[in-house]
Design a protein. Sequence first.
Lengths: 216, 194
Amino acid sequence: MENNIEKEEKLIAEIKNTSNKNIDQIATENNVSSDYITDLEMLEGVLRLNKWQKETETILNSKQSMFSINWPKIALAASIVILISFSYVAFNKNYISDIVIENETLRGTNNGLENEKLKPQEKAYQDFINGKASYHIKEFENAILSFKKVLNTPNLRTQFREAVMWHLCVAYLQNNDTENCALILGQIEKIPEPKYQINTLDLIKVKTQLWLKKTF
Amino acid sequence: MDQENDDNIIRLICSIEFRERERGTRLFIKKYESRVKNWVRKQSIKVDPDDVWQEAASLMIFAIQSGKYKKYETAELYTYFHWIIKSSWIKLSKHSANTFSISKDHDFNEQKHEEFKPDIYTEINQHKSFVEDCLKKLDLETQNLLIEIIVEDARLIDIFEDFGLKNYNNAKQKYFKSKNALINCLKKHMGYGK
């Protein structure tokens, strides 16, 4: 048998299919000793077991790596992040990113033109500035009045009109007038191709806070 | 739940098909992992539950696959497994079992199952280390070559080049030399194979 690998390979296959034959029979047929067959059987068992053990350890380790993740801590961290994010959208009242918060600038009348009759569109812009000023000193009812006056002006530029609608919406929200806020918000959302871009986060904040005011 | 029946798990773990062995191992893990780790966590001396689980599960599956685990008619698989878990824990806690009390597994009655307590932990560990010691005498490539031919029924002529062997005659010599060395080593360790 020594160095006759082809015969060895045939013998190995035969040993594995020994449902009907015994060791002595196989040994005789292959012209080897029974001990040779026994040794080969033993070796096959040891090597197979060793291979299977490595597989088992791989599977156990793969489960191990999954369970080594601390799911409770991750869940807690995720909850905190969600809570902070929700708190931000629920309570942050900065909805209008581009506002200028300087009363003198907004209300300034020292331009020498106080007595001149303004065109409707110029008047509208003046009302808008007044509305913003009122908003920032938390006179929300006055702000609402000013913004509504602007929207009643004919021939306003589309972008300007949309901007005023948004300002009116948030002024209603701050004034706890959820019905009118929702109404204006609905109108804003129906605009097919808006010219005035509302910041997505601001929109989320308004919707969240509107929902909270309506619910609680 | 039928799949998690011990008989089914044992059958799958001993299957010659890899996918069935994998399935059996995963069912074993699913059935026993939490219970083992909970038991470890309840003990007075703190030991990493993962370490105990890893060792005990590996030994139990080895016992099943090697035929050392014998199914008892009046005791389930966990009966046998419990003693392996306890032995692993004692070893990993590095204390003698007599120096402290071990909390009970409330689902397992040790007194009732005392008769099934095997001296298996030492026996299995010894068996594993004998085999590993013999295999370590061969390099990994040679081990894999033997596995491919003897376990996987590959033909040497088809695979010898994959193992970095330059010609077929050299490969044949390497096979027989390694095989005989391994058999002699295994036989030397307390008459392995009996």
